[in-house]
Design a protein around this ligand. Structure first.
Ligand code: FAD
Length: 377
């Protein structure tokens, strides 16, 4: 990487962070989401939303280490997530690997500047951990496909313009060998997205019903019947590179908790919780250094991403638990809007579920990294 490009990147990050002011608290998720869109637009205008993407798609053509530098700096400055974090951090790495160049040129620039919002539609009511059991069907229809089924837990699905959808093009018995990845236009009349509210009070998910949704052949990502390759790449990104950004939020939270504890007056339990959080953050940081080095070498995150995901979950939950413990009884009750870090604490519970539950990560480590026999074998 050219020194000058890296120096320019660091200067742009410093300028952006120095100029950034948090918006006034939002009333309701529509306004909250509008703030996230606005934030991503300003980040992209500063050339910082997708630094590792190719120049022609809105990026700077830099590497994973520079992308990690930006994610760390933004997280530590307390900036919010990107409106399109699912698209940019989870879906785009696989789209860049499996997508046709002309389709990428149509899809990715509008993902980068948040003029189109993307969501991931993999999970179904009866297919979460066991994604190969999914039932959403894609039927051949002339030069394209018709998709019918139900998806659930699609982050920001009710605000999305496009989705990456997994649907079955083979028989149910073909399991992961009969799955295809499609890009779906959320404006199709066959789509209905219903918001789902979580315990943080925010409706950040949607359940989505698809009834004969039309998708042209050009909007298949990868090969028909080979959607599992796309899926594994995406799950690797969700458990690896995504962790780099989330880790910055965790690091900032641990630093805040440590500053409060250092000021004195923390209970014994709160001191212990802060220590646990610092150790968990340290282990995560060590692991992420290895993740970024692997990405720099061009490696695709594989089964070892399960370790990253478990360390991320441990650090996320420990960080917010420490902050809430430091609040004493104030962490148990409040008036009006749910304050931070309580909202962060409740959100951190989901860390052991999204991107594959902790039990599934343990299974991957046992069977694929350690070579233990399957329990049901
Ligand atoms: C914050 C958040 C964001 C999300 N965003 C999206 C999104 O944008 N798009 C999307 O498609 N999905 C999304 N999800 C859904 C997520 O991927 C699923 O919730 C997750 O994969 C678990 O699936 P499930 O909820 O169906 O639970 P289940 O698979 O039904 O699991 C229930 C319980 O059984 C355990 N279990 C299941 N199988 C095994 C096994 N073989 N061995 C041991 N234990 C097992 C699980 O660990 C869990 O405790 C999101 C979830 C969360 C919490």
């Amino acid at each position: 990487m050219e020194r000058q490009e890296v120096a320019q990147l660091h200067a742009d990050v410093d300028d952006f962070v120095a100029a950034w002011c948090p918006p006034a608290p939002a009333v309701g998720e529509r306004e909250h989401f509008a703030h996230l869109v606005e934030f991503q637009r300003s980040l992209h205008a500063a050339g910082l939303a997708v630094v590792a993407w190719p120049h022609g798609l809105g990026g700077r053509g830099l590497g994973p280490a520079e992308a990690a530098y930006v994610a760390r700096a933004l997280g530590e400055a307390g900036t919010p997530e990107l409106a399109n974090f699912v698209g940019i951090e989870v879906l785009a790495p696989a789209m860049l690997k499996f997508g046709e160049p002309e389709r990428l040129a149509a899809w990715l620039p509008s993902m980068a500047d948040a003029s189109q919002i993307w969501c991931q539609m993999f999970s179904e009511p009866d297919a979460g951990s066991d994604l190969a059991a999914l039932g959403c069907r894609a039927e051949r229809d002339g030069e394209g496909w018709r998709l019918t089924g139900q998806k659930i837990w699609s982050t920001w699905g009710h605000f999305a313009d496009r989705a990456l959808v997994l649907a079955r093009t083979g028989t149910v018995a073909s399991r992961h060998r009969g799955i295809t990845a499609f890009v779906v236009d959320m404006a199709d009349p066959g789509i209905e997205a219903r918001p789902l509210r979580t315990m943080t009070g925010v409706a950040e998910f949607a359940e989505v019903f698809l009834d004969g949704v039309r998708v042209p052949d050009a909007d298949v990502v990868g090969e028909v019947g080979k959607g599992w390759d796309v899926t594994l790449h995406i799950l690797g990104s969700e458990r690896g590179p995504y962790a780099v950004r989330r880790a910055s939020v965790i690091r900032a939270e641990v630093n805040r908790a440590l500053a409060v504890a250092r000021a004195g007056g923390a209970s014994e339990d709160a001191r212990q919780a802060v220590l646990d959080a610092v150790v968990a953050r340290f282990l995560l940081d060590c692991r992420l250094d290895a993740v970024v080095e692997g990405l720099e070498r061009g490696e695709t995150p594989g089964a070892e991403a399960a370790l990253t995901k478990l360390l991320l979950t441990g650090a996320d939950q420990a960080a917010f638990a420490a902050s809430v413990e430091l609040m004493g009884v104030g962490g148990q009750a409040w008036q009006g809007l749910m304050p931070e870090p309580i909202a962060g604490y409740l959100y951190s519970r989901s860390s052991s579920i999204y991107g594959g539950t902790s039990q599934i990560q343990h299974n991957i480590i046992a069977e694929r990294l350690l070579g233990l026999p399957r329990l049901d074998a």
